[in-house]
Design a protein around this ligand. Structure first.
Ligand code: NDP
Ligand code: GDR
Length: 382
């Protein structure tokens, strides 16, 4: 049989769990750019939850739509099996999770079910449908696995010591991926990703809480930011750089696990300082422990009209401390750099600027609406 040289190559099909989240939205964009047909799983919610993917959504009534959403949940095996059967993916990216460490202490069983067993359910769906040789699997593993760190910096061989129900659930997921790879020869791998952020980061993770909170204060929508452990050290990268690596991991000849990090570490306090500077505010941190606060020293320019010297912008609220903390994380991405040629392109300063500009734009819109008497909800963090 001869092959038609003019026949277009069949597009690859990807299935993304957690497509409505930060990483899912960037990954969907990347895969669409690469010509993939992208299927995403969306949870049922009483309100729309597609804000991060609205701009790439395609009306399913048009011909050749390449982005499709399916209702589903990682706690529901039958639903997952049906979606995998219907979509026959070449690649599955399992990004869906209850991803908030502090919330995992409040909802440990749910977190274990979705983050741990959810991964098993997807791997089993691949097996039950006989897709072991076709479907490649990416698991969103995490630097939280290192928890109480045993080695600095952390690399692929560093022992794990999880410190939260979230991390323990993700530990199960990590090992079940390794086990299915070894037991059934599946192409399944773990990306051990350190913290990564963007303007699309969920509002209650620390970086976004800071950029959004300070932007709101700058515009007079809030008066003070209440924070937990300012001493915590993190290795923060940009989500766009990290989803590129998720894709690269599934394009290798054989499946392997990789640490993805920048190799640079900052404290939460330093992040606050950087974000404030973007708003023309210089801060002085005063006091210690739960009495620590950040006071405005100077304000320059017009980005923060509602702020004046002497204002207390940050205070500590013990509610935001965790029952067990991960004090320090610093990744060594040498393996990813050497084997895959991956190099992060967006530095922390650039990312802080991008996040502050985005949140300031939103705060200005809200402030304008408020001035004209419209009711606005800026969201609640409990
Ligand atoms: P987000 O919290 O932004 O997104 C999580 C996604 O999972 C959302 O789409 C959410 O849906 C979905 N989800 C939650 N529960 C379920 C469920 N029961 N069934 C199906 N989907 C569900 O996380 P990120 O994008 O930041 O992270 C992506 C993945 O990477 C997560 O697994 C996270 O644990 C992991 N990770 C993240 C890191 C980071 O720094 N961002 C670092 C290392 C790992 P909805 O929109 O409806 O809430
Ligand atoms: P993390 O991210 O727990 O590392 O998990 P988060 O941004 O929530 O916290 C980072 C550090 O900041 C400290 N912190 C606060 N955190 C929050 N959320 N709110 C606060 O007010 C606050 N004050 C101080 C925290 O104690 C912590 O030390 C993220 C998630 O994306 C996980 O899904 C992912 O696996 C890991 O990153 C890698």
């Amino acid at each position: 049989m001869t092959t038609n040289p003019n026949a277009a190559a069949k597009p690859k099909v990807a299935l993304i769990t957690g497509v409505t989240g930060q990483d899912g939205s960037y990954l969907a964009e990347l895969l669409l750019e690469k010509g993939y047909i992208v299927h995403g799983i969306k949870r049922r919610s009483s309100q729309f939850n597609t804000q991060r993917v609205d701009h790439i959504y395609q009306d399913p009534h048009i011909d050749n739509a390449r982005f499709h959403l399916h209702y589903g949940d990682l706690s529901d095996s039958t639903n997952l099996i049906r979606i995998v059967q219907d979509t026959q993916p070449d690649e599955i990216y399992n990004l869906g999770a209850q991803s908030h460490v502090a919330v995992s202490f409040e909802s440990p069983e749910y977190t274990a079910d979705v983050d741990g067993l959810g991964t098993l359910r997807l791997l089993e769906a691949i097996r039950i449908l006989g897709l072991e040789k076709k479907t490649r699997f990416y698991q969103a593993s995490t630097s939280e696995l290192y928890g109480l760190v045993q080695e600095i910096p952390q690399k692929e061989t560093t022992p794990f010591y999880p410190r939260s129900p979230y991390a323990v659930a993700k530990l199960y997921a990590y090992w079940i991926v390794v086990n299915y790879r070894e037991a059934y020869g599946m192409y399944a791998c773990n990306g051990i990703l350190f913290n990564h952020e963007s303007p699309r980061r969920g509002e209650t993770f620390v970086t976004r809480k800071i950029t959004r909170g300070l932007a709101n204060i700058a515009q007079g929508l809030e008066s003070c930011l209440y924070m937990g452990n300012l001493d915590s050290l993190r290795d923060w990268g940009h989500a766009k750089d990290y989803v590129r690596m998720q894709w690269m991991m599934l394009q290798q000849d054989k499946p392997e696990d990789f640490v993805i990090a920048t190799g640079v570490q900052y404290s939460v306090r330093q992040f606050i300082d950087m974000a404030a500077k973007e708003l023309g505010i210089t801060l002085a941190f005063e006091g210690t422990g739960i009495d620590e606060k950040a006071v405005v020293r100077t304000v320059d320019g017009d980005k923060a009209p509602a702020v004046k010297p002497g204002d207390v912008l940050v205070q500590i609220d013990p509610r935001y401390f965790r029952p067990a903390e991960v004090e320090t994380l610093l990744g060594d991405p040498s393996k990813a750099k050497t084997k895959l040629g991956w190099v992060p392109q967006i530095a922390l300063q650039e990312m802080v600027t991008e996040m502050v500009v985005s949140d300031l734009g939103e705060a200005k819109r809200h402030a304008l609406l408020k001035t004209h008497g419209y009711h606005i909800s800026i969201g609640l963090e409990i």
